[in-house]
Design a protein around this ligand. Structure first.
Ligand SMILES: *Cc1c(COP(=O)(O)O)cnc(C)c1O
Length: 386
């Protein structure tokens, strides 16, 4: 089945006695197991069956099954947020004395978790600026390398082939935060990456109406992550959210096509505008990541970042002038969103490392929605003119 077909034909639950075309919402915290012997057998893992919705729920399970098919994974796990996904992966796979490396910048919450919290578990955290600096930041102690193929918010491109080669040299596990691309555009597991994760709050759900995270990979890695995420941290997602996420997935391909087309048009406009000092968008032929991304994934995402001449006040003036773009964090919604990363999503970083990773005071991040690009361009044009 082709990906677009899979989005519509892989979402049924195993038990579907009613013929319902959508997965029912099983709004139940606990599940009767009938007899004491069945209860014993379920807890011992000798018998299938649901026990308690923090561990497994039929609506969530149908979604996990669909995501495993979309990612080409043995197993997928859906949790309460992208941050629950990130933290569960690292708590499950790294221990005291290990080292981990991540590309800089990444999503601000990810960097804050790794630097402020994971280090307290006696894990050494290293960051690298680009693929060519990766080798000097890893050693046989490196357990995990985390990267975003298009980083947030500077849209720097990371070449998964280089990450994979570096990881092989030291025996590290590779993790791809694929939030910006989704499995419609890139399936990291098919290219030898060990684990893919998403903030499903963004493009996967697409409607800005829920918070969720996804982790997918092979069974041996997924089992400890599932145990930590659900049994220990307790980051289970509720069945209503799982239902909404599955509904959002049905239009993933349609939405992504519109985001990509809109972003390309908006970036072209911004690149030719005299008062835009810099445009970050790997679809532009002059962008440093363009060549690598063209050779590999051949899709450039729906995000465009820009720098305006001046500092925070100029950025703020521009943002306040926008009418159609909504000033809000998050991304991948149907509506276009605009934010100032330095004072919002990346405000938790210390100033020196924020500036070193290119999250400047005049940087603005745009999530291009599925509105008519003509209207988006007109809005940007009038906001730049003031
Ligand atoms: C939003 C985001 C996260 C965190 O996800 P939440 O669902 O907000 O917890 C992680 N990585 C990236 C790239 C993101 O954009």
């Amino acid at each position: 089945m082709q990906f677009k077909t899979k989005l519509l034909h892989t979402h049924h639950t195993a038990e579907n006695s009613t013929g319902a075309l959508t997965t029912p919402i099983y709004q139940s915290s606990t599940f009767a197991y009938g007899s004491a012997e069945d209860g014993r057998a379920r807890f011992a893992g000798e018998q299938p069956g649901f026990i308690y919705s923090r561990m497994a729920n039929p609506t969530v399970q149908a979604l996990e099954h669909q995501l495993s098919l979309l990612e080409g994974a043995d197993e997928a796990l859906v949790v309460a947020s992208g941050m629950a996904a990130i933290s569960s992966i690292f708590y499950a796979l790294a221990s005291q004395g290990d080292e981990i490396a991540f590309i800089d910048p990444v999503y601000g919450g990810t960097a804050a978790f790794l630097i402020q919290t994971l280090t307290r578990a006696g894990i050494t955290v290293r960051r690298y600026q680009d693929d060519d600096h990766l080798l000097s930041e890893i050693s046989p102690e490196t357990k995990i390398i985390l990267f975003e193929p298009i980083t947030n918010p500077t849209l720097k491109v990371s070449d998964y082939r280089k990450v994979k080669l570096a990881a092989e040299r030291v025996g590290a596990i590779t993790i791809c935060d694929n939030t910006f691309l989704t499995p419609y555009l890139f399936k990291p597991l098919e290219h030898g990456i060990d684990i893919v994760m998403h903030s499903a709050t963004k493009y996967l759900s697409g409607h800005g109406d829920l918070i969720a995270g996804v982790v997918a990979g092979r069974k041996a890695l997924m089992q400890p992550i599932r145990t930590i995420a659900l049994k220990h941290i307790g980051a289970a997602i509720g069945p209503q959210e799982a239902y909404l996420l599955q509904r959002g997935l049905r239009t993933l391909a349609l939405r992504m096509d519109a985001h990509l087309a809109g972003a390309a048009k908006v970036a072209d406009f911004l690149a030719s505008h005299p008062s835009v000092a810099k445009v970050y968008y790997p679809g532009l032929s002059q962008d440093p990541g363009h060549q690598v991304l063209s050779e590999t994934i051949n899709a450039f995402g729906g995000m465009v970042s820009i720098e305006l001449e001046g500092g925070f006040s100029r950025a703020a003036q521009f943002l306040d002038n926008l009418n159609l773009f909504t000033q809000a964090v998050s991304l991948g919604d149907l509506e276009s969103l605009a934010c100032h990363p330095a004072s919002t999503t990346h405000a938790a970083m210390d100033v020196a490392s924020r500036l070193a990773s290119g999250v400047n005071d005049n940087l603005i991040r745009l999530s291009i929605g599925v509105e008519d690009p003509q209207d988006l361009i007109a809005d940007l044009e009038q906001a730049l003119a003031i």
